[in-house]
Design a protein around this ligand. Structure first.
Ligand SMILES: Cc1cc2nc3c(=O)[nH]c(=O)nc-3n(C[C@H](O)[C@H](O)[C@H](O)COP(=O)(O)OP(=O)(O)OC[C@H]3O[C@@H](n4cnc5c(N)ncnc54)[C@H](O)[C@@H]3O)c2cc1C
Length: 419
């Protein structure tokens, strides 16, 4: 390397995790972010660590499911109809990837990464003496229909096949685990390997730790372009007219990453998947375990005395405006599964919005670009960014430090796969 300076673009979980491992490896890291670094998709999310979610979003049956859901105004999934070449290409690639073969190949890789990430999170908490409310209690996938219960049974079967602990519970067994809250359910899938934590606390504490360890942060600093000398990036240009000289660059710019990749003539299809969360501080009643509503795709996370409801997946471009239909759907499903909550009560709380960076095949982009000597990518984690951020950062750091061109083990995640 010309020098030891690495520029990381983006201060979300992907950027902070990558910076953490690069800093530990002894490199000089500068993180650039176009915003103030106090809120991005990595802050107000559900905070679930989900090895149980080893099936990629693009899997058999998803297309039919997605179309059915889109036809309902109050469903959790929505694609805003618009003529957008990138959205059309994304949809085409999503359809192409929704095969049994892709799911079969991806599931063991995702499972391994998700479990490794959970262990890294435990290690981070212990080694750095952080406290971000990590709870290793497992996840309950609540079902309120026979169809949902049957589908969940199949996921449990696949999890067991992959060697992961998981089982179905009757409604009575779930009630025993959660005696203080009424649930309108017929049963649940239970995944004891899953965990949850407070994502805002993790982000703030990790950022503070990185600053303490000498990582430089430049906020309100938008990267506009990357300066090339044939196959080598020599630095990045920012909107304020500055130039950051570097020996390596890691793009961790979330839903905006494909725009930066385009500056390098790399196609990295991405759509922003908008989601919302509502956090109730000091609720009268709260479950003790984190849970998801299987049929409605809503997560419920107890977080240091508060309770967060999070969900919906809306593809409407890079637009963070609130779609009231989707909020109504989220609130309605909470009241259906947990009848002690009321629509009026939940409407009183602030709404948080985040844009998930979604690749069409449901796998993140993690690795080195083959076309360049020193450009690395960690993005496209979609619904699993908090569950995969650390392991992705560690893979990038290992690649940079070893000088290897490719991590063979994780070739499915290759950032060049659409070129
Ligand atoms: C409602 C909801 C619930 C979720 N729940 C979970 C969950 O329970 N578990 C889980 O694992 N995941 C969950 N996720 C997904 C997870 O939040 C995301 O995958 C993750 O936060 C993405 O992190 P990131 O670092 O890639 O992107 P971001 O957090 O969006 O960070 C990207 C950063 O890059 C910056 N940036 C962009 N362009 C530039 C540029 N040109 N120059 C400089 N900076 C730039 C942005 O300002 C931003 O700060 C959820 C998401 C949502 C919306």
């Amino acid at each position: 390397m010309r020098n030891n300076n690495v520029v990381v673009i983006g201060a979300g979980i992907a950027g902070l995790s990558t910076s953490y491992y690069l800093n530990k490896a002894g490199l000089n890291v500068t993180v650039l972010d176009r915003d103030d670094g106090n809120d991005n998709c990595s802050y107000g999310n559900a905070g679930l660590i989900v090895p149980s979610h080893f099936m990629p979003l693009a899997s058999p049956g998803m297309i039919v499911k997605a179309i059915k859901m889109m036809l309902k105004a109050e469903s959790s999934f929505y694609i805003k109809p618009r003529f957008d070449k990138e959205l059309i290409a994304w949809g085409w690639n999503f359809r192409k990837a929704s095969t049994a073969k892709h799911a079969e190949e991806s599931a063991p890789v995702l499972k391994e990464l998700l479990l490794a990430n959970r262990d890294l999170l435990v290690e981070l908490e212990q080694q750095e003496a952080l406290d971000f409310g990590l709870q290793r209690k497992g996840l309950l996938m609540l079902c309120n229909s026979e169809k949902g219960f049957k589908e969940e049974k199949e996921v449990v079967r696949k999890a067991n096949q992959l060697g992961m602990a998981a089982k179905m519970l009757s409604a009575d067994e779930v009630n025993e685990m959660e005696p203080h809250i009424d649930m309108n359910i017929i049963g649940a899938g239970y995944y004891p390997e899953d965990a949850h934590f407070h994502p805002g606390l993790l982000m703030n504490q990790l950022k503070a730790k990185l600053k303490e360890r000498g990582v430089k942060f430049r906020f309100h600093t938008e990267v506009m372009d990357l300066e090339k000398d044939s196959e080598v990036i020599t630095g990045v240009k920012t909107a304020d007219g500055n130039f950051y000289d570097c020996s390596g660059v890691v793009i961790c710019a979330g839903s905006w990453s494909s725009m930066l990749a385009r500056r390098l003539d790399i196609s990295m299809p991405m759509q922003a998947g908008k989601g919302y969360s509502i956090t109730v501080q000091n609720p009268d009643r709260s479950p003790q375990n984190c849970m998801m509503f299987t049929e409605a795709y809503v997560a419920v996370t107890p977080m240091n005395g508060a309770l967060r409801f999070a969900g919906t997946m809306e593809m409407a471009g890079l637009d963070k405006s609130i779609n009231q239909n989707k909020i109504n759907a989220l609130i309605k499903s909470v009241c259906q599964y947990l009848p002690e909550f009321s629509v009026e009560d939940l409407r009183r709380h602030d709404i948080w919005v985040g844009l998930r960076p979604c690749s069409p095949d449901g796998l993140p982009y993690v690795g080195k670009l083959t076309q360049y000597d020193n450009v690395y990518i960690s993005t496209g984690h979609a619904m699993l960014g908090m569950s995969l951020g650390l392991i992705s950062g560690k893979i990038i750091s290992n690649l940079i430090m070893s000088g290897e061109a490719e991590d063979d083990h994780h070739h499915l995640l290759h950032p060049d796969r659409y070129n």
